[in-house]
Design a protein around this ligand. Structure first.
Ligand code: UDP
Ligand code: MG
Length: 313
């Protein structure tokens, strides 16, 4: 009976400097919208003072703030997943904790939901990230669009709103490594994208190192497409066909001109290239097998130590 209209979901990993400001701006924006809401924070194994701050928010507004405390660091997408499983709103909004996504933009997303869309994705206007991140993102957006066929302007933007049924489908899928915006897009019947403001990180540093970003993009690619596997099959077929032509040429040359002696280093260059491609192919197969292994082991995707909430029934 007293279910909120909106659930705002925020993953938190070492964000102590940003949380007070975030909480103030978020609650101000939501109070102004006049709709009933709840805020679900997931503490993703922070080693700073984040949990204490979140518990304090819960004490300030026990009916509106719920805190899920993870037993370790399980990653941003699992932190969102845990909150999705518990969110009670008709509409669920995701947001970063570092104030890169202004909370004041939430009503804009809600208006699109009210127009009948089931997924509202934000794309960032003048993105405030490092030059390298912006370029890499551009490239990865193109690769992802080609391989997965998921149309999304800005996969890295977490300011998004979903209708409840979409979130239920996402939690039901139960995958261990996934990419929530892409999963939502693949379930959406009527998605829409809106431009949202973007700010530089208010404080602290990005929680993603280069290696994490590479891992995340493998999740995205392997989780939504088998094109990487097919590319190796096609490449193998092309090399085999080319080699066959070459063998025939060399055979005829042997009969007409005589034995070939030079070209040793060219041969090595070609060979090393092909060995490199071969190893890469093994790696790609490994990415898929590793994920299959993760899924069949059926270990918990995340572990919750505690939940601070006060649900009125
Ligand atoms: N985050 C998390 N667990 C992690 C990494 C990040 O919960 O292992 C949270 C982080 O606190 C922030 C959001 O995910 O709220 C986005 O992280 P970040 O701002 O570092 O990513 P970027 O904006 O650099 O892509
Ligand atoms: Mg950020």
């Amino acid at each position: 009976m007293t279910k909120p209209y909106v659930s705002v979901v925020i993953p938190v990993y070492n964000e102590q400097e940003n949380l007070p400001d975030l909480f103030l701006r978020l609650t101000t924006a939501l109070d102004k919208s006049g709709q009933s809401y709840e805020i679900l924070f997931t503490n993703d194994g922070s080693r700073d003072n984040s949990l204490a701050l979140l518990r304090d928010f819960h004490r300030q507004r026990p009916k509106q703030v719920r805190v899920i405390d993870f037993n370790g660091n399980f990653g941003q997408h699992m932190a969102i997943m845990a909150a999705f499983e518990r969110a009670r709103g008709d509409v669920i909004v995701t947001l970063d904790a570092d104030l890169q996504n202004p909370p004041e933009e939430i009503p804009k997303l809600l208006r699109e939901i009210e127009k009948g869309h089931d997924v509202v994705g934000g794309y960032r206007k003048d993105r405030h990230d490092s030059w390298f991140r912006r370029k890499a993102s551009r490239l990865l957006n193109i690769v992802r669009e080609r391989t997965t066929r998921i149309r999304m302007r800005d996969q890295g933007c977490m300011l998004r709103a979903y209708r409840r049924n979409i979130v239920e489908h996402i939690t039901a899928s139960g995958e261990t490594s996934t990419f929530i915006p892409a999963l939502a897009m693949s379930y959406a019947a009527s998605p829409v994208e809106v431009e949202v403001e973007h700010a530089a990180r208010a404080a602290g540093t990005s929680k993603y190192r280069l290696y994490d970003l590479i891992r995340l993009n493998f999740d995205l690619m392997t989780g939504f497409s088998v094109v990487p596997l097919q590319m190796f099959t096609l490449f193998g077929m092309a090399v085999a066909a080319g080699s066959l032509v070459f063998v025939v040429f060399l055979f005829i040359r042997r009969l007409v001109v005589g034995p070939e002696a030079e070209g040793l280093f060219t041969l090595f260059a070609i060979l090393y290239f092909l060995v490199g491609v071969g190893i890469m192919g093994l790696g790609v197969i490994g990415e898929y097998i590793g994920r299959i292994y993760q899924e069949v082991r059926r270990r918990p995707r995340f572990m919750i130590r505690d939940i601070y909430e006060q649900l009125n029934d």
